[in-house]
Design a protein. Sequence first.
Lengths: 384, 250
Amino acid sequence: MPRRLDAGLSAVDAFVRPASDESRALMAVKCRSLLAGYHARWADAEYLPVAVERVVQSDLWNPGTGRKSRSFTVAGKIDLSAAFRDRAVLMDHKTTAEDISDPNSPYWRQLIVEGQPSHYMLLEWLNGRKVDDAVWDVVRKPTISPKLLTKAEARSAAVTHEYFGRHLADESILALNVEKPRETLEMYEARLAHDCTLARPEWYFQRRSIPRLDAELHEYAVELWEHGQEILHARNTGRHARNSGACMLYGGPCKFLGICSGHDAPDTDNWRRKPCVHTELPGIEGDGRNVLTNSRIRCFQTCRRKHFYEYELGIERQDEEERDALYFGNLWHRALEAWFLASQKGVLNDDTNSASNSAGSELAAGGASRNEQPPLPGCDQQQG
Amino acid sequence: MEGWGKTSFAAQTVKPVFLETKGETGLETLIDSGRLPEVPHFPEAQSWDDLLGAIETLTVEDHPYRTLALDTVNGAERLCHEFVCERDFNNDWGERGFMGYMRGFEVALAEWRKFLNALDRLRAERRMAIVSLCHTKVKPFKNPEGADYDRYTPDMHDKTWGLTHKWADVVLFGNFEVTLTAVQENKKTGAARGKGAGGNHRMLFTERHASYDAKNRLGLPAEIDMGSTVAEAWANFMAAVKQGREAANG
């Protein structure tokens, strides 16, 4: 097995504990299959990793006056910084249930106005690294599940001990000896891997550029500053308006609905304070309340009261469980982190271009020279 | 406007290098006929990669040029669409491919942004001016306040042009000065028809008008007389730019 793929699969297995429930075990199987398909589709792509899962932080500037914020800084975690044909790009890994194979699908069209690429590109620019492009690396979540086997399928597997090209373990062969045999996780993994590797790779995996013009980044910088001012205003006045339209977003009730509706309170035993409000950003100093991230801005835009609980009070449920979608996203990120790290270090990259490490160093050197890029208009070094 | 002298005008810019898109041979014709001296130019860009590659070359390699003259930006758009059609729609220009729901034009905007970014980078890193020439077409305008009318528009898709127009500092429209005489109204249709006169005196328009697109951030006068020679046209234009700068600086 290619070592890069092996590194990714090992990361999946390490993330999913052996005693995990059925649903999590199924997610791990999906992730393993997808990684096999991902490797087949993208192992030869020309992206040469420079940094993986890098936390980036910068001062917040007012583009209108060129003054630095005394209240906020900006931060984000960039999944991958890479070189693509000698150009500096950043990549973000996404999982979705939406159609991604049509380049004009709503998924891709929405990204024209999406703030996240702008946030990351601006962050890099403010740190003196002008990125040429942002690439969205998207995987569509499988819609097929373990199925009942037809008699012919069961017979064939029992005779050949193979299913979709995979040699079956004894456990799977034993499972065929029932009246209505169903795919074991091993068999399902084999069928899904075949589907996303050979049958429909375009359905599962797409990468597309989400470029931004300098003028658009400048416009985002203005919006970011204004959001900071609005958060400051809400903080100073203690007014955090609710948006009842957001209570049932993301397929379920908001975790703060109980507090908002008066059935619960932040100071009960149900809740605890997070040491840092940005749990996804390791290494951020302090409690993170004065750090603006893309997630935070989106939360503030969605519901100011939710933003208050999440990022100002910084509370979470004592018994908070990770939602399945979030769990799958984290699992996939962990797998890709290992997959890219394996090629970045040059230790495990026997299945890829061995020049990746040196190219990465060249990019880093080139990145330093790009510090000569003109700063964002209005962003001189005044303190205000 | 065809035959106005776009290429000759662009050849007057400071240390220009021309980048011609597929099918644009105006520069060579002018050089061959002796109407322009030898002007540095890239080989005609046959593909989107050729075009981006030429811009990249100007960005990273040493050269004496101060102005990139892109001849033409609508030709560049065509190369972009050909690239996207091949990459995303298996070269199918029909309703099942690029043209279906006009989606190809939408998808191509990401590539177009990359192209504008490359020009931005060229300008920022090499301090080069970018002059893009464009053909026009006459297109009906749905007037919400009265009768519809025709106007000149760039020969590009509206969405590509919208992005380009927003990106550009200056959009200029060159035309010939025409006067209408003996205007008569058709009694049945009410349509007016006149007799044109003139049509050989070049003008440059710098502000949006009902019949054409233009804009400028240089404080230029609404109209600039281009005189009777291309050298005079350039001199008049530069004088207007200087005047605009002086006015802005008080």
